[in-house]
Design a protein. Sequence first.
Length: 94
Amino acid sequence: MSKHVITYYVDVPGLWSPQSQHALIDVWARSWRKAGWKPVVMTERDVETHPRFAFFNEHFKSKPTEYPLAYTSACFMRWLAAAHFGALRGESVL
């Protein structure tokens, strides 16, 4: 049985460039592979298959925040991704 480690990534406009994030994700994945894990990068498309995605998506996006809504929502969605996939969540704030 493979050990999986996941991260969740969505582009957050104005926060970091997609190019820099993809470079960081590549380093992250190589590091986990070298340690014997199978890295998986999940996106909103993956999380949408969670049976309660609509509920959580509406809930997360309705809360007040001082940060960009896309960023705050992604912070919550990464936990939904981890719960849905059933793997260790390892990241460096991707």
